[in-house]
Design a protein around this ligand. Structure first.
Ligand SMILES: [Zn+2]
Length: 307
């Protein structure tokens, strides 16, 4: 177990707007046989499909993937200046964005889990963040199969994260009532370390993640600071939020060093995301599957300790 670390800088999170557009845009309309969820095949089918066309088609492709998975969703449109985006929202358990009842009764606590669906122009957005979307789809299936009792649970696929967290900001601002917790997933793509951002070292999810079976083939590490992603939009609205990534321990170390102030370190992940190399072949589904298992176990452990 490593200690949390403090960051003194920021990830480059801007869209690589001047990058080369990928030429191989082909509409993904054909129906394919869909593999059962919870397998490497199901994860890779999702990522392949999301990466098939260009940046503009990501919402349509994700809608198709959700349809193929039998997951009902609604589209919440938002505007920011000249830009318009679409968040895809899935009520997994109960109804999410509703006002507190006025008749004296209370609703169950509300958990939001999310991942950004958009990508930059350059590359195909596999590591950042097709893999995070595939992880979220797996969690939707698993929570449906084995519910988290006495909770409302909503999944949100956020648009325009790469523009500056716009989709999550619009969503978080639209809420009639604050969720109890938001769990984000970004760059959950390869490696054997589950890496958690938590605003505090003694967060219940840190404790829960530390309690997951020590025989797991993964290590766990947490950080008190982390690259900008959609969890920040919730923290800005005073909603508790954390974020998970899956990376190799040495790449987590590089990031910890860089954001700990060592400017000589050039983390490998920063030479991959937002570049032409962010392709499906960079994702390791054989490592993602235990990563998702670990993440699910951590959430269930956290849930078992909820008061
Ligand atoms: Zn991302």
């Amino acid at each position: 177990m490593k200690n949390g670390w403090m960051k003194f800088g920021y990830f480059v999170s801007c869209a690589a707007g001047l990058g080369f557009a990928l030429a191989s845009a082909s509409p993904a309309l054909a129906q394919e046989a869909k593999p059962a969820f919870g397998t490497e095949q199901s994860i890779s089918a999702t990522i392949e499909k999301l990466c098939r066309a260009n940046k503009q088609e990501r919402v349509a492709l994700l809608s198709e993937v959700l349809d193929d998975n039998g997951i009902k969703y609604r589209i919440e449109e938002f505007k920011k200046g000249q830009a318009a985006g679409k968040n895809l929202v899935v009520d997994i358990q109960g109804e999410g964005n509703v006002a507190a009842p006025t008749d004296g009764t209370t609703l169950p606590k509300w958990l939001v889990i999310g991942a950004h669906l958009d990508r930059v122009e350059r590359g195909q957005g596999a590591v950042d963040n097709g893999a995070g979307c595939a992880t979220l789809i797996e969690l939707i299936h698993r929570i449906r199969q084995k519910p988290l009792d006495n909770l409302r649970v909503t999944a949100v696929f956020f648009d325009l994260e790469e523009n500056g967290l716009w989709g999550s900001a619009a969503y978080a601002k639209s809420l009639k009532e604050k969720p109890f917790l938001m769990i984000n997933m970004d760059v959950f793509a390869y490696g054997d370390e589950l890496w958690l951002y938590s605003p505090k070292a003694d967060h219940p999810l840190v404790k829960a993640s530390e309690k997951v079976d020590p025989n797991f083939s993964l290590t766990f590490d947490f950080a008190e600071a982390y690259p900008p992603s959609d969890h920040l939009s919730f923290l800005a609205e005073k909603i508790d939020a954390v974020s998970y990534s899956l990376l190799p321990p040495d790449e987590v170390d590089e990031l910890e060093k860089m954001f700990g102030g060592d400017r000589t370190v050039r983390p490998k992940i920063l030479a991959l995301i937002h570049t032409a190399d962010d392709l499906p072949k960079k994702v390791n589904t054989a490592q993602m599957l235990p990563g998702i298992n670990f993440l699910e176990s951590a959430i269930r452990q956290w849930h078992s300790e909820l008061k």
